[in-house]
Design a protein around this ligand. Sequence first.
Ligand code: FO1
Length: 336
Amino acid sequence: MGDAERGVSPRVVVLAGGVGGSKFVVGAREALRRRGGDASADRLTVVVNTGDDLWLSGVRLQPDVDSITYALAGVNDSARGWGRQGDSERVNAELQAWGTGWPWFTLGDLDLGTHLARTGWLRDGDTPTRVLEKMATRWDLGARLLPMTDAEVDTIVTVDDPAEGSRPMHFQEWWTRHRATLRPLAFDNPGIDRAAPAPGVAEAIADADAVLIAPSNPVVSIGPILAVPGIRSALRSTRAPVVGVSPIIGGRVVRGMADVCLAAIGVETSAVGVAGLYGSRRADGVLDGWLIANEDAAAATEIEDLGLRAHVRPLWMTDEARSADIVEAALAQAGV
Ligand code: FO1
C-alpha cells in the first residue's frame, strides 16, 4: 500500500514570497487538506523570501514573511496585497509627525504590533527562525514557515535616475515610492554570499516528496532564496521532483512589477524566459517540471527543449480553490 492509500500526505516544500507566494501557499494547504491524512502543518514547509526585509523607525519589517503568515491566518488585507485586514494608521500618523520612517510607506497599527513583537524578540536574542516559530503559534497556520536565512540580506537596487545618475536604494524605496519606474540596473543582496540557509531549510528540501516553486517574482522573491549558498545545491541534490509554476501568463505579469525586474537582468517576460532563468536540473538549473498557463500552451515545446517537462494548466489564482487546483497539478507533475 502506498502513502496516498494510507492517507499519508506528501511532504511538500514551497519556495515563496510576495502576493503570488501567499495565494499559492494558501492553495497548497488546501490541496493537502483535500487529500486528508496527516495535518498539513507537519507536511507543508514554506521557505520564505526575506530579501525585501528592512529596518524602519526602529523596527524590523519582514514583508513577505508577514504577507504569507497573515494570508494563512486569514487576517490579510487581500485587496491591497499587504498588511492586516481592517487596519488603522494612528501610529503611522504619529511617526510621520515625528518625521521618522518614510512618508510614502505605511505602517498599520495592527501590523506595527507584529513588527514590535518581532523586534523585541530579536533584541532578546532570538533568531529570525525562532521569531517566526513564535509568531506561528498565534494562529493555526497549517504550515511550517521558515525564513530562507537568519542573516540580514536586504535587497539593494541600483537605479538609473535621470536626475542623479546611477545610485543605490533599498528595494522598498524603489518598489513603493517609485513604483519601479526608475530603471533598475542591478539587484544585490549584500552579504548573501556569507549567509547560510536557516536551520531546517536544507533538511526540509532533502526530505521532501515534492518541492514547488511558487509563481512569485523570479528576481526579487525567488532570486534571493536561490542565492543563499546551500539552497540551490539542496534543490539540485534532493530526490524530490522540483516543479515550478510560471508567474507569467500570456506573456504578462499577473500583478506586481516582475517584468521590470526581469528586463534588468536580461530575461524575457515570458513563461519560457523564467523557465530558462531557473533552468533544468538536467543542466545546471533547479527544475524538473514547469507549469505554464493555457494562454502559453504554444511555448510547451520550447520549454521541453530546455530539458523540462511542461504542463499546461489554468494558472489564474482567483480564489483558494483555484490555487489548490494549481498545487494539485504541480503535485501530480511531481508524481505525488
Ligand atoms: N506596499 C506599498 O505599496 N505601500 C506601502 O506603504 C507598504 C507598506 C508595507 C508595510 C509593511 C509590509 O510588510 C509591507 C508593506 N508594503 C507596502 C508591501 C511591500 O512593499 C511589497 O509589496 C513587498 O515587499 C513585495 O513583496
